[in-house]
Write a protein that binds this ligand. Structure first.
Ligand code: COA
Length: 328
């Protein structure tokens, strides 16, 4: 077998073979937020594209959502064991220990290596890169990657801007070892960070609420995601017009349109479900993938570019050809 200079086996790839998502049942529409804070349905819809979001009931935690999504992804992949469980989250059940081992046990794959990964809204993309590295490097045959967040539990109850944007949810994928030419094979990746922007999205300490500088984040998100898309396409020797669908972290509909415009791509190529779920942080991409698969917005063989941006600052992009998959 040929090996790259990084020791990775070039004839082995991580292949998407299972997909699941879970949203808490309680729907909070814009009118409900406007009834308690100084905002309006009109402001939220026109500035963010969001009409409603799902919010957990008191006492429901990130692990509860992660377990639901993880079980669905395992069932969708028709597998009963994995070598690793990676939980991408900014809202773990507690600071220590990591939430992933408990999630692994609760969904019946206890014994697998399990850890949390925090790259805020880029967590799912970083998780995909990590899982792909574990598989192509020969450390794992199968990885369950879950993105789950309950931002409603860390928001300032008096902040109208964050109340408008964030929702709770979870999404998960199973990746298995396969070959680079298969449908569902993931890669290459472009992942990056800029710690000079660390103060733009923060939770200062255990007693603080989530805070962000919206305008600055907005502009950086568009620039970094557009640059990252170009970088990953360069690595793959592909052009923008080769991409059938862009599935981006759902942060704000105007950010999605900004990226589309900056890349000179039609907005119709950008999968959008933010109107129904808001920004679900690390869960956003797998939830969008599951919804687009269900709506047949994503079709077998589509060339798909995934992209995200978030606190850290962090960003990332990757590519895959959409497999024949039953998302649950
Ligand atoms: N309802 C009504 N008015 C609101 C409001 C709300 N929910 N939130 C903010 N405003 C007001 C502001 O106070 C400001 O008023 P002013 O002009 O009197 O000062 C005005 O609306 C415009 O605020 P601004 O921050 O310029 O709005 P914006 O168009 O940038 O939209 C965000 C604000 C937060 C929606 C937008 O910046 C954004 O989406 N940023 C990215 C956030 C994000 O995705 N973060 C997660 C990381 S991926």
């Amino acid at each position: 077998m040929r090996r790259s200079s990084f020791g990775h086996n070039q004839e082995r790839a991580a292949v998407l073979c299972g997909l699941g998502s879970w949203l808490p049942p309680r729907v909070v529409d814009n009118a409900e937020i406007a009834a308690r804070l100084d905002t309006s349905d009109e402001w939220i819809r026109t500035r963010t594209g969001i009409r409603q979001r799902r919010i957990v009931e008191p006492g429901v935690t990130t692990s509860d959502l992660a377990v639901e999504a993880g079980q669905r992804a395992l069932k969708s992949a028709n597998v009963e064991s994995v070598d690793f469980v990676i939980l991408a989250t900014t809202t773990p059940d507690r600071p220590c220990p990591a939430t992933a081992p408990e999630v692994a046990s609760r969904i019946g794959v206890g014994g697998a290596a399990a850890f949390d990964l925090n790259a805020v809204c880029t967590g799912f993309l970083y998780g995909l890169g990590t899982a792909a590295g574990l598989i192509t490097g020969g450390m794992a045959e199968r990885v369950l990657l879950i993105g789950a967040d309950t931002f409603s539990t860390i928001l300032d109850p008096n902040c109208r801007t964050s109340a408008a944007i964030f929702g709770d949810g979870a999404g998960a994928v199973v990746l298995r070892a396969g070959e680079p030419h298969e449908l569902g094979a993931i890669g290459p990746f472009d992942l990056g960070s800029d710690g000079e922007g660390a103060d733009l999205i923060t939770v200062a300490d255990r007693n603080s609420h989530f805070a962000m500088q919206g305008q600055k984040v907005f502009l950086r998100a568009i620039t970094h995601m557009a640059k990252s898309a170009e970088a990953v396409l360069d690595k793959a020797a592909m052009r923008l017009r080769d991409v059938d669908k862009f599935v981006y972290h759902q942060a704000n509909a105007r950010i999605l349109y900004g990226v589309a415009d900056q890349l000179g791509q039609p907005r119709s190529k950008f999968v959008r479900n933010i109107d129904l779920v808001g920004n679900t942080a690390a869960a956003s991409i797998p939830i969008a993938l599951a919804a687009a698969n269900e709506d047949r917005d994503l079709r077998v063989g589509h060339r798909v570019l995934l992209g995200a941006f978030g606190g850290g600052l962090t960003w990332g992009s990757t590519l895959l050809r959409w497999p024949d998959i039953d998302a649950l």
